[in-house]
Design a protein around this ligand. Structure first.
Ligand SMILES: Nc1nc2c(c(=O)[nH]1)N[C@H]1C(S)=C(S)[C@@H](COP(=O)(O)OP(=O)(O)OC[C@H]3O[C@@H](n4cnc5c(=O)[nH]c(N)nc54)[C@H](O)[C@@H]3O)O[C@H]1N2
Ligand SMILES: Nc1nc2c(c(=O)[nH]1)N[C@H]1C(S)=C(S)[C@@H](COP(=O)(O)OP(=O)(O)OC[C@H]3O[C@@H](n4cnc5c(=O)[nH]c(N)nc54)[C@H](O)[C@@H]3O)O[C@H]1N2
Ligand SMILES: [Mo]
Length: 800
């Protein structure tokens, strides 16, 4: 299986546009690859439709007026991956020991297909053997009862439904633990910290109609063609209306440049492409704070110039600018005035709604252009050009993704996005808002119903009143903290509701060693992955229904719900026959474990499983405003909008204002050993043929890579400077904390259009390089988009 030879890698072929025939071909191939029966394509017609099922891939908005087919290439891949006819069944687990499976690649493990039956690891044979659900619940309950609550981690990956998530956090809290780390800790946590401080919202404020009402989009650090392809429709419509799409991304990402709508026959036949990005700025990794400061500086200086000209006119002088305002700012101001815009900064908005402007403006004025150029990798002209586009636009939408959040200064990155928006009142009016593009299909919603390690974000008193227990008030573990606790040997038990924790988290090598020492690992999953194969002393693998499958309970087929990236709740009804008759739903599994474990609380676990509308009633009782008439509105076309005060310019911050928050530096402080001519900054990236740690295949057609994932994208001048050639095989070595040698081996250098000093390679292959300590101190989000590394010529053959 693992020895399956790969075809010779193809690298550097010209990539087509996003969408188009490449996408259609890819959908076809994946349906065949996953042995999806002919009913597969008709199933896809229900994807993201009211009364259909919500895609298991990304969290992008589901419009009220749907396209005939409301799915994309990667949504179809995710669906095929779930409804595959392949099975990791009894025969499979009978044939392989776990030690043997440890040598398998991520792709090969999941490629075995859906898990079919509950299993327990048997130490004698080193195999997962079948167990009954009752026996599994009974032993897990007994094991949990023997551990102190703070020594258990209740992890979730962001696709579990609102119903499942609500039950899960309640179970953890009644058990006595706030250790509810989730994938969001590695993802948009920097937004969850920054946005409340800046605008008093825990999530982005944009909704779908903002794409129709904006006249400019700042598109930062998100790879739409791969990560949320359905958004390309919204971007295409905007571009067709003449909206400027100003992109900031170190890599030249073809998916951000051109798009052919695969669902528009006319466009497919004529090959008509829409240019997505009107301006493309290849900022350095981690250079966004400097770039945004540069744009703000250009705006503030021009505003100063305009103001001075005005003051001198009133005071009767000749209006010549003084030394503090140079000619460029005056020219900028004049061009904006000529474009008939009344002002450069929206001073009315700033004085009425914000706090902290003077300090921020002073910082922007003080930074020297040379410094902003050096750190951002952009020229002053580029930053000024972006500022000019910004100042000429009346409603600017700020869209961003992981390239901003997964940084040491991820929180400050998000503060800067808001600072720029506040300068011209670009929050809380049609077309002007913050769009934090979420990853997993319900990662935003999980937080909304209490999956969080921070007790302050949960209505604990309400839970206590409803379920008669005393909730723990201590601060629980985030993902990074749970890793630390596992590494320290403090944590004894890990419950994983989805995800592939060992591959998604940093510090892979030490984590795997510590993982094996856990007393109990329980994994609730659909497919086999590394976090199941490496396991604790007592280990369970519990297979669950996927969202696309029919979930039949005592009261009939059930629906579940999730929250999209634009804060709308949607119902979802499975349509496919379950992969096996032995699967349980996630709510049923949680209820099973909870009943076997808990001795307190008065939760009607059984009744909830019989009828999920009862869980929704409980959610509504807990959060009456957010989930008003939840059951009644579940399938409302376009979803149920979640109340977002910041959209109405109501700032739920400590001072009741929207806050300019000034970062105290432009770039993270790196230790001296990580600075040097031979050091490159590495970003870990997703290919177009993966969903997180799920590797569908070995093709990244946008970036011109096929047949391999062991590649390192490097600037051609760096390749030469460092004494390598395109195609050379190198090992990567982490440059920080060199006492611990962290390395990954056998990566093929690919010359790529990326700024000098930066490089990129795929996740999770690069995760062994990331030290656990290398994260944002505020959000604890790992700095997955900037790690200093050194390259060394390799004696290893690339794995694939
Ligand atoms: N097909 C597919 N879809 C997915 C996923 C998947 O793996 N596959 N994962 C889902 C999940 S959980 C998430 S969180 C999202 C992730 O979706 P994205 O937010 O798109 O995340 P990435 O693809 O990791 O990286 C985003 C982009 O950031 C750029 N970048 C890196 N560093 C910087 C920087 O310092 N500054 C700037 N300006 N840009 C930078 C990279 O070049 C890349 O284009 O997608 C979701 N959807
Ligand atoms: N270096 C680096 N590391 C990263 C990132 C990065 O950009 N760079 N990104 C981070 C981000 S943003 C994220 S969100 C994480 C996510 O990383 P992952 O943990 O990979 O997230 P998932 O895609 O949820 O996990 C896949 C597994 O979920 C299980 N699964 C699939 N569907 C279901 C279901 O319906 N129910 C259940 N119970 N299980 C299911 C399957 O068994 C599958 O193996 O990775 C993070 N790690
Ligand atoms: Mo994510």
């Amino acid at each position: 299986m693992t020895s399956k030879p790969n075809k010779t890698p193809r690298l550097g072929f010209p990539s087509g546009p996003a969408g188009g025939w490449g996408s259609a071909k890819s959908v076809g191939e994946v349906l065949i690859r996953e042995h999806v029966p002919l009913s597969g394509p008709s199933l896809l017609a229900h994807q993201n439709k009211p009364d259909g099922y919500m895609c298991v891939s990304c969290a992008w908005a589901k419009p009220a007026k749907t396209h005939p087919l409301e799915f994309c290439e990667n949504g179809a891949k995710a669906t095929a991956w779930e409804i595959t006819t392949r099975r990791a069944d009894r025969a499979f687990f009978d044939a392989h020991t776990l030690s043997e499976l440890e040598a398998w690649r991520d792709h090969d493990l999941e490629e075995q297909g859906r898990l079919t039956h509950p299993m327990r690891w048997d130490p004698a044979s080193d195999k997962y053997l079948p167990v009954t659900w009752a026996a599994a619940f009974e032993e897990i309950g007994r094991e949990l009862q023997a551990v102190a609550p703070e020594k258990v981690e209740f992890y979730t990956s962001g696709r579990a439904s609102l119903e499942t998530s609500y039950m899960y956090q309640l179970f953890a809290r009644i058990f006595g633990s706030n250790n509810l780390p989730d994938s969001s800790n590695m993802c948009h946590e920097s937004s969850s910290i920054a946005l409340p401080e800046s605008i008093g919202a825990s999530v982005g404020t944009a909704i779908l109609s903002d794409f129709q009402n904006c006249d400019c989009i700042f598109y930062m650090a998100q790879n739409v063609g791969t990560s949320s392809p359905r958004m390309l429709h919204d971007l295409q419509d905007a571009a067709d209306r003449g909206v400027k799409i100003v992109t900031f991304n170190p890599l030249r990402e073809p998916g951000l440049e051109r798009f052919v709508n695969p669902q528009a026959p006319g466009q497919m036949l004529t090959g008509k492409e829409t240019q997505i990005s009107s301006n493309y700025y290849q900022v350095r990794l981690g250079g966004d704070i400097a770039a945004l400061f540069g744009i703000c500086k250009a705006l503030i200086q021009a505003d100063d110039a305009l103001h001075e000209a005005h003051v001198s006119k009133v005071s009767g002088s000749d209006g010549t600018p003084d030394d503090s305002n140079d000619a460029a700012a005056v020219a900028f101001a004049a061009s904006i005035a000529a474009a008939d815009k009344k002002h450069i900064l929206d001073h009315d908005f700033i004085s009425q709604h914000t706090s902290g402007f003077e300090e921020f403006a002073a910082a922007a004025r003080n930074y020297a252009w040379e410094e902003l150029e050096r750190v951002s990798g952009l020229t002053r002209e580029q930053m000024t050009e972006a500022a000019r586009i910004y100042a000429r636009s009346d409603a600017v939408l700020m869209v961003y993704g992981m390239g901003l959040t997964q940084h040491m200064m991820g929180v400050q990155n998000v503060h800067m996005v808001v600072n720029l928006a506040l300068l011209r009142g670009n929050i809380g009016k049609p077309g002007a808002n913050i769009c934090a593009v979420r990853g997993h299909s319900n990662v935003q919603g999980q937080r909304t119903v209490g999956i969080t390690e921070k007790p302050g974000l949960v209505p604990l008193d309400k839970l206590s009143e409803l379920y008669h227990f005393d909730p723990p008030r201590w601060q629980g573990h985030s993902t990074v903290e749970s890793c630390k606790s596992i590494l320290d040997g403090e944590t004894k038990a890990f419950i994983g509701l989805g995800g592939n924790f060992l591959r998604a988290a940093p510090e892979t090598v030490a984590m795997e060693a510590a993982w094996r020492k856990l007393r109990l690992t329980v994994q609730i999953a659909t497919k086999l992955n590394r976090s199941h194969v490496v396991h604790g002393e007592v280990a369970y693998l519990l297979p669950c229904l996927g969202r696309i499958e029919i979930d039949e309970q005592a009261s009939g087929p059930q629906a579940v719900s999730m929250e999209s990236s634009v804060a709308h709740f949607h119902g979802s009804r499975g349509k496919a026959k379950p992969a096996s008759s032995e699967l349980l739903s996630e709510p049923a599994i949680i209820a099973g474990i909870a009943k076997a474990t808990l001795t307190r609380g008065n939760v009607p676990w059984g009744r909830w499983v019989d009828d999920y509308s009862e869980i929704r009633n409980a959610i509504e009782r807990t959060y009456p405003e957010t989930f008003k008439d939840f059951n009644k509105r579940l399938f409302q076309p376009g979803g149920i909008p979640r109340p977002l005060p910041a959209r109405e310019r109501k700032w739920v911050t400590s001072n009741g204002k929207a806050n300019f928050i000034t970062p105290d530096r432009l770039f993270p402080e790196l230790p001296t050993e990580a600075i040097g001519e031979d050091v490159l900054h590495l970003a870990s990236l997703r290919s177009n043929d993966q969903f997180n740690t799920t590797i569908y295949g070995y093709s990244d057609r946008f970036r011109g890579v096929d047949g391999t994932r062991q590649v390192l994208f490097v600037n051609p001048q760096d390749i030469e400077r460092l004494g390598f050639a395109d195609g050379d095989i190198v090992d990567l070595i982490t440059a920080i904390d060199p006492e611990t040698r962290r390395t990954v081996e056998g990566f093929r250098i690919v010359a790529y259009d990326i700024p000098k000093g930066c490089c990129g390679a795929y996740y999770p292959e690069t995760n062994p390089l990331f030290p656990l300590s290398h994260h944002s101190p505020q959000s604890k989000t790992p700095s997955y988009k900037l790690l200093p590394v050194r390259l060394s010529r390799s004696s290893h053959v690339p794995l694939n």
